[in-house]
Design a protein around this ligand. Structure first.
Ligand code: EPU
Length: 331
């Protein structure tokens, strides 16, 4: 166990905000986690993976906790499937690379998404037609009140679009310790999103799909190692059919995706239409290839990022009457 005091969080958030935390600690076992929960019971706690989906808006007067538990193992196997239990601190993309090398299907479309296993379940990360919920069998978590380990089924987690019980009613109840993923030995393809199929030959292996996904992501999204960002800053709005029909009569080229609960409109399109691509506030700007991403151009402060996000929301609201919801969590 390693506890630091008055520590800069700059290396621990992909937006690269230079804020400080009173304490930061890493735990390598569930017993160490329990010890930290006991020791720091009276100050605010924040569990952070790679810090790739949050914006630190100010110094954090509490303890930032990080799981250094990062192993994965096969726990069950059938004729068609393999179940892999991965610990919360394992980097998602390292896991996916290994699974693709093992020729297992299921998570290849999620390649290159920044973040660790625990946070991937909290956020139900998704890309190219697959969401984490599609491959999560169950989640193992520590109940903070009782210090007992429990298992939540996929249904218990109430996954939604970038959402789960861990962001809502159970936000302060559990700490995810590991996630069990269900992978397929047989080819199961999800190639209909965007131009993914066009980038592949017939019967691609998981590693072929992984490579194609990485190429597409690199052409659209900033590399967090080079440009500070937290991926999509806003969610794509889902509007009722009648709202969409009214918008389409005004903007016939508006792109859309039918969902069970309405019509999803790409926020990137709405943002581009309002001319926000060239907006800059201090050190914060908009990524040219994907305006859904706000970037740190160098010395952005949290206030720069929040002011730019508000400007984008205001412009989209004024022009289209749609309130963009943040995907990035403000701390
Ligand atoms: N578009 C524009 N202008 C642009 C870029 C995109 O109008 O400059 C429009 C186009 O109509 C395009 C559409 O937006 O077809 C969709 O763009 P893209 O395929 O890049 O996906 P997205 O809907 O903007 C979502 C996720 C991404 C994920 C991709 C691929 C959300 C909030 N974002 O973006 O996830 O990688 O789909 O599946 O759902 C993230 O969550 O951080 C993230 C990067």
């Amino acid at each position: 166990m390693h506890i630091q005091e008055n520590i800069s969080l700059l290396p621990y958030n992909t937006f690269r905000m230079d804020v400080r935390a009173r304490y930061r600690a890493e735990y390598s076992s569930v017993d160490e986690l329990k010890g930290l929960l006991r020791q720091y019971a009276d100050i605010p706690r924040l569990f952070v993976g790679q810090g790739s989906n949050l914006l630190f808006t100010k110094d954090f007067d509490g303890i930032v906790l990080h799981s250094a538990m990062a192993r994965a193992r096969a726990v069950r196997e059938t004729a068609d499937e393999v179940y892999i239990e991965a610990q919360s601190g394992l980097v998602m993309d390292s896991l996916i690379e290994q699974l693709c090398d093992m020729n297992l299907y299921g998570m290849e479309n999620l390649s290159h998404i920044p973040g660790e296993v625990g946070a991937a379940a909290v956020q139900n990360v998704g890309a190219y037609g697959v969401e984490a919920k599609d491959v999560i069998s169950e989640v193992q978590a520590l109940d903070i009140a009782t210090h007992s380990l429990c298992t939540l089924t996929n249904a218990d987690c109430r996954f939604g679009y970038r959402n789960s019980i861990f962001k809502n009613e159970a936000a302060n109840r559990y700490v995810i310790t590991s996630v069990t993923f269900r992978l397929s030995k047989q080819a199961v393809y999800h190639l209909d999103y965007g131009h993914l199929r066009d980038a592949l030959t017939a019967s691609p292996a998981p590693s072929d799909i992984r490579e194609a996904v990485i190429r597409i992501r690199q052409s659209k999204l900033p590399e967090v190692s080079q440009t500070g960002s937290a991926g999509s800053f806003f969610k794509n709005p889902v509007v009722p059919q009648e709202v969409f029909d009214r918008l389409r009569s005004l903007y016939p080229s508006i792109p859309s995706y039918a969902q069970a609960d309405g019509i999803k409109i790409p926020a990137a399109w709405l943002i581009e239409q309002t001319g926000c691509k060239d907006l800059v506030v201090g050190g914060a700007g908009v990524w040219q290839n994907q305006p859904l991403v706000i970037i740190n151009k160098g010395n952005a402060t949290p206030d720069d990022v929040m002011a730019l996000a508000k400007m984008i929301q205001d412009r989209v609201k004024e022009r289209f009457g749609i309130a963009l919801q943040k995907e990035v969590i403000y701390i």
